[in-house]
Design a protein around this ligand. Structure first.
Ligand code: GLU
Length: 313
């Protein structure tokens, strides 16, 4: 326990200098106000133990980390066949908010649920007679997975997303024109923007990752939140698509199912072992936390966490 604690503190200090090489997201102006020098980490294991270091208590917005909960709800509420008729699970070599693939590739389906187009279309597949019910369905899943029943929307970030969300509006209107979605685009995007603007700390996201590590059960209560097959699919798609167009590099560098968000969080899952969250709002060119990625790379090497490692006994 003490050893892990010391190890994490050292890793934060060792990797903090990477914060200088990245930039906070500017296309959502409210996110650019974050201090780029922050770096924190939280870990929960499947036996309920926890470790934290650095700026792990600093609140940040969940952004695309919430797409993991979107995807879980989509899978629980639909058969995989129905779901993949609308959204495939293919990696993207383009940015997380790219529009081009919707026209040129993949028969007009969003490539995967971990990028903006797939997440926005996916909301329509989540159970709920109204958009508000769909919001609550995903929000409740997030509350259960984070073990935090006091999650709330950061109103400043939400307003900023809404005001500067024209790329997401373009994606949604394009998808409406091709029949991927129907209905009112504004209310659909309102659900999306709110679910990206939920405020969390590292510990919340590490618990969320620990549920995936524990195959859908909450390690702190034993409650089953979703089944093992759902957990398996989500981890597979996180591995191939979770770090946007950096997913291949992340598989090599870290070797864990991961998901990042432009708020600076990265969630990583060490199956049957650990749920990990790092937070560092200075991002690389692709929108992934730069120092967070480097910290995870060191952690994975030191603990031999890569799922692709052949060294395990
Ligand atoms: N709210 C952000 C957007 O829609 C989420 C992007 C992300 O974290 O990848 O652009």
């Amino acid at each position: 326990m003490e050893k892990m604690q010391r190890q994490l503190e050292k890793l934060v200090e060792k990797n903090r200098h990477w914060c200088d090489q990245g930039n906070t997201a500017t296309y959502i102006p409210e996110l650019s106000k974050q201090d780029p020098g922050m770096l924190g980490v939280s870990i929960f294991d499947t036996q309920g133990r926890q470790w934290h270091a650095g700026d792990w208590q600093m609140p940040f917005t969940i952004q695309s980390l919430s797409k993991v909960a979107f995807f879980i709800c989509m899978l629980v509420d639909n058969s995989f066949d129905v779901l993949t008729r609308k959204i495939s699970v293919a990696p993207s070599a383009d940015g997380f908010n790219s529009i081009v693939n919707l026209e040129t590739k993949n028969e007009k389906r969003p490539l995967n649920p971990m990028i903006n187009s797939g997440a926005i279309a996916g909301i329509t597949l989540v159970r709920g007679a109204t958009m508000e019910e769909k919001f609550l369905r995903i929000f409740t899943m997030l509350g259960k997975m984070t073990g935090n029943d006091e999650l709330s929307v950061n109103q400043n970030v939400y307003q900023s997303e809404k005001e500067f969300g024209d790329r997401n509006r373009s994606l949604a209107y394009f998808m409406k024109s091709t029949g991927i979605i129907d209905g009112d685009v504004d209310s659909l995007l309102d659900v999306y923007f709110r679910l990206c603007s939920i405020e969390v700390v590292c510990a919340d996201i590490a618990r969320m990752a620990a549920v995936l590590a524990f195959d859908g059960r909450a390690p702190w209560s034993g409650e089953t939140l979703f089944d093992i097959k759902t957990a398996r699919i989500v981890k597979a798609v996180m591995t191939t698509c979770g770090m946007y167009d950096g997913s291949g590099d992340f598989a090599v560098d870290v070797g864990l199912p991961g998901k990042s968000g432009v708020g600076g969080g990265i969630m990583a899952v060490s199956p049957r072992n650990l749920g990990i969250c790092v937070f560092g709002p200075a991002l690389d060119q692709r929108g992934n936390s730069l120092a967070g990625w480097k910290l995870l790379q060191c952690l994975s090497e030191e603990l031999d966490l890569s799922i692709f490692s052949t060294c395990k006994p």
